[in-house]
Write a protein that binds this ligand. Structure first.
Ligand code: IPD
Ligand code: CA
Length: 263
């Protein structure tokens, strides 16, 4: 299996899905929005993008499995694609230009290829096992910030699982006082891509799904960063908790997170 070829072929599929999303964004109206559950939105555009991706990715690796946001019943296999056909659906619906497509290939539980396309700035982030991480063809690296006080963070605000809201807010208060600031882009895939290219020094969020994070984890790792769950463990793809940093501030950040949220 040539992962470079597979990744570049998958980039073409992602580009086609992005063109579909862009063209539909002009026709789309509020009546096209449905709620999967409270605050969790979907449109025919998410579903159409996913159908296109599944069709094209199946041609690249016939017989592969899928973990896809809008197709919950699909079969997982030893080799499976993990797809978010439109990460940042709420941004998209509200006309905010920042949204992404995220595609990862997982082999026996390890992500071996990752692609994130951020549509607002037309930025293609991609990598595969053993390669550097790239942004539009150029290698990228995580930042060199050495302390929390020199760092800019991203997070995602809880919008359905409020069980950990109090410790999250207490930790947020700490972060306001000990970093240069915190941003909330509204697309976790782009948050991770922006850690990989050094715009953010770190990102953390709970309540995420594998399709939000799988591709981004390999991008961050291959760009020199570190990824873990809230207890510094390895359950960051299916475990609904993720921390990604430039590595240099990892220990300091994890200590702070454990102090407030490490139960
Ligand atoms: C969402 C985005 C958002 C994050 C949410 C995700 P979706 O993905 O990644 O940034 O805060 O938790 O669900 O639903 O737009 O694909
Ligand atoms: Ca989505």
């Amino acid at each position: 299996m040539n992962l470079e070829t597979i990744t570049l072929q998958a980039c073409v599929a992602v580009e086609q899905a992005a063109a579909f999303i862009r063209s539909e964004s002009e026709k789309f109206s509020a009546s096209d929005v449905r709620e999967k559950s409270a605050h969790n939105l979907v449109t025919y555009i998410d579903e159409g993008s996913e159908r296109m991706l599944i069709g094209e990715l199946s041609k690249i690796l016939p017989g592969s499995g899928f973990i896809a946001e809008e197709s919950p019943g699909m079969e997982r296999k030893q080799l499976s694609w993990i797809i978010d056909p439109l990460d940042g659906t709420t941004n998209f619906i509200h006309g905010l230009p920042m949204y992404s497509i995220s595609v990862a290939l997982m082999e026996e539980g390890r992500v071996v290829s990752g692609i994130i396309y951020e549509a607002g700035q037309k930025e293609f982030f991609y990598t595969w096992q053993g390669s550097p991480a790239f942004l539009n063809g150029n290698p990228i690296r995580v930042s060199s910030a050495g302390t929390l006080n020199e760092s800019l963070f991203a997070t995602g605000f809880p919008y359905y699982d409020y069980s950990r809201l109090d410790p999250y807010i207490e930790h947020f208060r700490f972060m306001m006082q000990h970093t240069r600031g915190i941003r909330r882009l509204g697309t976790a895939a782009a948050d991770l891509a922006w850690v990989a290219c050094g715009r953010f020094d770190g990102f953390y969020e709970y309540g995420l799904s594998p399709w939000d994070v799988a591709a981004g984890t390999l991008l961050v790792q291959n760009a020199g960063g570190k990824v873990c769950d809230f207890r510094a463990g390895a359950d960051f793809i299916f475990g609904k908790e993720i921390v990604a940093t430039n590595n240099l501030i990892h220990g300091e950040f994890i200590d702070s997170l454990k102090r407030f949220m490490g139960t």
